[in-house]
Design a protein around this ligand. Structure first.
Ligand code: 3UK
Length: 512
């Protein structure tokens, strides 16, 4: 049972307390060019907090948009906003002015801190959205930027005294449907995620070095690459523009012990792993999308590591079902992590027992609070958070992913889970990546359609198409095979590595 005092500022716990308890000289954050100790991070955060309250004249409770790739100043800015009693609204680096405007208006944001190299779209957003009145740029050499204002500030700053249940973070979902939703989280929630998954599932320690791809604007990255390491006095490596190859190189170079990324990254990393020394790696966490069994197996063969799959959601702040080590059951996501409960609701909204595919519901120390109220009722029922995922629980309490509820394909009366067909396709030696959707069909309602990216040495042809179809028919129930296959050079994905299936559905198909 997690217990927190009624008043707390989570950054005081994550930073001031760590400095005061022997971690001041340990390395908190590394990047390609910087090594920041805990005391340097604390001083930097404190100076930014002074700028927010004194120069930008913000009041506790004000919302501050943050825009930057994964780097030390972006991390310090997020922490400083929260320490000053304000609400951090981190945004994805690739967002354009239009999307930044939507977020600023939805979350009623007047002030922003933005990395100099992402200035262009920020300025366009400011021009088009009168609500945005103040922007300061960081990672900026000029005398009008955040660093120039910080120079004159004290390195001490007492965290603004907030309630454990004051909102400190508004996180927007990565928008696989193209409609970002804001979710609110308390100071207490931030500490709760640090005290659940990393402690019980990862068993993180001070000696750990965390690395990975998810942006700090995605709660998967904010937790895994900043909050979790700080909570145990460990080191976070923050790197920009990573590719599967450069991430492998960085693991080797920084001697990383814990890695966070998405399944597609691991799949590509597995093919290149032999060129690097990955002996420092102990825990590799996959989240954001279902982990195909073929990817889990390729990763084990390449590195000897048993992947830790975990399902999380922006609404819940972080991972709530997972398994590690001997607890892993290949194919299943795992069991509710310490502190969380999960169950399946059937189509009538009743709690279902083992063996029934239904809607995954979770409960724990964190929970969904949407900015816009109308969605809230759909997501939260009697304290249970309904994730929008179709799952099945087995008799031992393991949870097996089937599909997003809106990705279930109904073809000639059969319910077909797209990811199961994707799993089967990925086992074919010519297939590098794939995505399966339901395409509208006069006769069958929908048919299974696969978009396939071939490996470099394979060539698209009618005979390969037939071969792949037969291959699938031979490994799963034949009615699930893709009646249509389209070869692609790449698949549409979000910045967080999630497939954008809605972009593959033709208008006719999605309206049916
Ligand atoms: C899907 C998974 C199967 C699932 C997230 C870890 O992904 C995160 O948050 P989002 O709000 O999306 C949530 C949805 O993504 N999903 C995520 N992980 C898995 N499906 N297996 C998985 N392991 O549909 C879920 O409802 O972008 C992940 C930590 C923090 C996060 N915000």
């Amino acid at each position: 049972e997690l217990q927190y005092p009624e008043r707390l500022n989570c950054v005081a716990d994550l930073l001031d307390k760590m400095c005061a308890t022997g971690h001041a000289d340990s390395i908190a954050i590394r990047s390609q060019t910087e090594n920041w100790t805990y005391s340097h991070l604390l001083a930097t955060v404190n100076r930014i907090s002074h700028v927010l309250l004194e120069d930008m004249r913000l009041q506790p409770g004000n919302r501050v948009l943050l825009r930057g790739a994964n780097n030390p100043m972006m991390a310090a800015s997020v922490l400083a906003v929260i320490k000053a009693g304000c609400i951090a609204v981190p945004t994805m680096p690739l967002l354009r002015a239009k999307e930044l405007g939507v977020i600023a208006n939805k979350a009623e944001i007047a002030a922003a801190l933005c990395s100099e190299n992402l200035r262009e779209e920020m300025e366009l957003a400011v021009q088009a959205n009168p609500i945005l009145t103040q922007v300061l740029y960081f990672n900026h050499k000029g005398d009008d930027g955040l660093e120039a204002l910080m120079a004159g500030k004290l390195t001490e700053f007492a965290a603004v005294d907030t309630l454990a249940e004051d909102v400190c973070l508004i996180s927007f979902t990565s928008g696989t449907t193209g409609m970002p939703k804001g979710t609110m989280h308390f100071h207490r929630d931030v500490l709760a995620i640090c005290d659940c998954f990393p402690r019980s599932t990862l068993q993180s320690a001070q000696s750990d070095i965390f690395i990975g791809t998810p942006p700090l604007a995605f709660t998967f990255g904010l937790g895994g690459l900043l909050l979790f390491p700080l909570r145990v006095g460990a080191t976070a490596v923050l790197l920009e523009k990573l590719t599967p190859e450069s991430l492998l190189k960085a693991i080797d170079e920084f001697k990383a012990t814990v890695c966070f990324t998405a399944p597609t990254f691991y799949r590509q990393m597995a093919t290149l792993a032999k060129n690097f020394d990955l002996s420092s790696l102990k825990k590799t966490v996959s989240a954001g999308e279902a982990l195909p069994a073929a990817t889990r197996e390729a990763w084990r063969q390449a590195t000897g590591l048993v992947m830790i799959d975990g399902i999380g959601a922006t609404e819940m702040l972080h991972i709530f079902i997972s398994a590690a080590g001997d607890e892993v059951r290949a194919g299943a996501t795992g069991k509710p992590i310490t502190g969380y409960q999960a169950c399946i609701f059937d189509e009538h909204g009743e709690m279902a027992g083992p063996g029934v595919v239904g809607r995954l519901a979770v409960k724990g120390p964190t929970g969904c609070r949407y900015l816009a109220d109308d969605r809230q009722k759909k997501y939260v029922h009697q304290g249970w958070n309904l994730t929008g995922d179709a799952y099945e629980m087995d008799a031992d309490g393991y949870f097996w992913y089937r599909a997003r509820t809106d990705d279930m394909i109904i073809s000639a009366g059969y319910n077909i889970a797209g990811p199961e067909v994707e799993e089967a396709l990925l086992k074919h030696p010519a297939v590098a990546e794939c995505a399966v959707i339901g395409q509208a069909d006069e006769e069958r309602g929908q048919i299974v359609k696969a978009f396939v990216v071939l490996k470099a040495d394979a060539h698209a042809s009618a005979s390969l198409c037939k071969e792949i179809q037969d291959f699938v028919k031979n490994s799963i129930a034949p009615y699930k095979y893709p009646r249509a296959i389209e070869f692609m050079t790449s698949l549409p994905r979000t910045e967080t590595g999630k497939l954008q299936r809605y972009k593959l559905r033709t208008p006719a198909a999605s309206s049916s």
